[in-house]
Write a protein that binds this ligand. Structure first.
Ligand code: ATP
Ligand code: MG
Length: 279
């Protein structure tokens, strides 16, 4: 049966984002715990409303993936805000896990990579580009499931090679072709941007800090664009395995055409070393 807002008791705030606030809520009837994302679009904020509707539509289309956060429904509140009821992920984001437990080892990273690739495979095969893959948009639960969340910047492609419009998402995790679309002949294959975001995420979880900035350095557009488009690939310490190194390089090819696709990456030895558990 459909859930209505009056069935939900608000417990506390889970997080704030650009678009609004996410609350932990309990269903009064079943006692089930959920997350409720409230996107503020009161008044005449048509673009916030469009964004929230696109988020619901993307979540609905990708619903069958175990690595995409589940959406239980959405409602428009009387004030105009849109509330999206989501599966609750009890360990929070990978950013929080990094902050609380420190850098990840390679076996954990391989597990994260495999799960995010599975989620992205589902999205890309349904013509959805996430456009904001980063540690704070990847959620974890105590079953160690990793799920892609926050579709506020996503794009549903109508034509296969439609050019993607520019600056949505978080600029730190934007791929070089999004800073400089002309570098790819004026348009780009947006799917490759999600692969860039995954590569950067794995690198950050391994190193413990955002790779294109010195630890503690505050990001600004110019220094980021410069580091990402012109700088060297951030280097990995000696002890990193050849497989991890290679996987990250495949994700962080500056030319989007040389970057591996999600399907190619799913066959990379870093994520499918063990053919039995990798099945
Ligand atoms: P931003 O634009 O800043 O990335 P946002 O407004 O689009 O954020 P989300 O990223 O969806 O919102 O959520 C904001 C925060 O709320 C997350 O970083 C996370 O800490 C928490 N959160 C969101 N969804 C869930 C969930 N399903 N379970 C647990 N925590 C969640
Ligand atoms: Mg977010």
């Amino acid at each position: 049966p459909a859930i209505s807002p009056s069935d939900l008791e608000t417990l506390h705030v889970l997080g704030h984002g650009n678009g609004g606030t996410v609350y932990k809520v309990r269903h009064r009837g079943t006692s089930d715990i959920h997350a409720l994302k409230v996107v503020r679009c009161s008044g005449s904020d048509a673009s916030a409303r469009r964004g929230a509707r696109r988020e619901v539509e993307a979540l609905r289309r990708a619903a069958s993936s175990p690595n995409v956060v589940r959406c239980h429904g959405s409602f428009e509140e009387p004030c105009g805000d849109i509330a999206i009821l989501l599966e609750y992920m009890d360990l929070g984001t990978l950013e929080l896990v990094l902050r609380n437990y420190g850098p990840f080892g390679e076996p954990d990273l391989a597990d994260v990579a495999r799960q995010v690739l599975n989620g992205l495979d589902q999205l890309h095969s349904r013509k959805i580009i996430h456009r904001d893959i980063k540690p704070s948009n990847l959620l974890v639960n105590s079953k160690m499931e990793v799920k892609i969340a926050d579709f506020g910047a996503s794009k549903i492609m109508c034509r296969t090679l439609e050019a993607c419009d520019s600056y949505v998402g978080t600029c730190a995790y934007m791929s070089p072709e999004r800073f400089d679309p002309d570098s790819n002949g004026g348009s780009y294959n947006g799917y490759a941007g999600d692969v860039w975001g995954l590569g950067l995420t794995l690198l950050e979880l391994y190193l413990g800090y955002f790779p294109f900035l010195d630890p503690g350095q505050r990001p600004n557009w110019a220094s980021l664009a410069c580091a990402i488009c012109l700088g060297e690939m951030p280097s990995l310490p000696e002890q990193a395995s050849g497989e991890f190194r290679s996987f990250v390089e495949c994700c962080l090819q500056k030319e989007s055409g040389k970057r591996w696709t999600v399907l190619q990456l799913l066959t990379h030895p870093f994520v499918c070393k063990d053919p039995i558990s990798g099945a």
